[in-house]
Ligand binder design. Structure first.
Ligand code: DAT
Ligand code: MG
Length: 149
């Protein structure tokens, strides 16, 4: 079953949006497999955002992610990677549609509240980077047959 890595960034935690954000994934029908509040060290932040290391915003981005706790999560479900990106909205909150997390709660690209893996392969790498196996619980949601035929 498809899985994705979702992280509520420091601004989302500081702005008390944790429950609001988790609700959106729960209500959509996805299953939470792992969740932790954590302080991110520089090494982890740099590895997570390694693809952007040549970009001008890289240093500030790493500093921001390490500046205050984040909530790291793994969600599972049919099409969860692409669907999560839709739930999250465009990278720049000013361009994100209303109804998306960034569209509803953000105004600035450097404070866009949440990260979600951009592809199934990326998700696998990010889940491995942020979680070890014991931290992920495989469980059978009783609602399953009401969500997928
Ligand atoms: P996304 O988080 O939508 O996958 P991304 O992978 O292109 O976006 O960039 C990673 C993060 O880097 C993004 O969430 C916020 C930050 N970022 C991207 N473009 C930026 C820019 N032009 N200025 C400042 N921060 C930026
Ligand atoms: Mg990205």
């Amino acid at each position: 079953m498809e899985r994705t890595f979702i992280m509520i960034k420091p601004d989302g935690v500081q702005r008390k949006l944790v429950s609001e954000i988790i609700s959106r994934f729960e209500l959509k029908g996805f299953t939470l497999l792992g969740l932790k509040l954590m302080s991110v060290n520089k090494e982890l932040a740099e590895e997570h955002y390694g693809i952007h290391k040549e970009r001008p915003f890289f240093k500030d981005l790493v500093q921001f992610i390490c500046s205050s706790p984040v909530v790291a999560m793994v969600w599972e479900g049919e099409g969860v990677v692409a669907s999560s990106r839709k739930i999250i909205g465009a990278t720049n909150p000013l361009e994100a549609d209303s109804g998306t997390i960034r569209g509803d709660f953000g105004i600035n690209v450097g404070r866009n509240l949440i990260h979600g893996s951009d592809a199934i392969e990326t998700a696998k790498g990010e889940i491995n980077l942020w979680f070890n196996e014991q931290e992920l619980i495989s469980w059978e949601p009783t609602l399953k047959s009401w969500l997928c035929e």
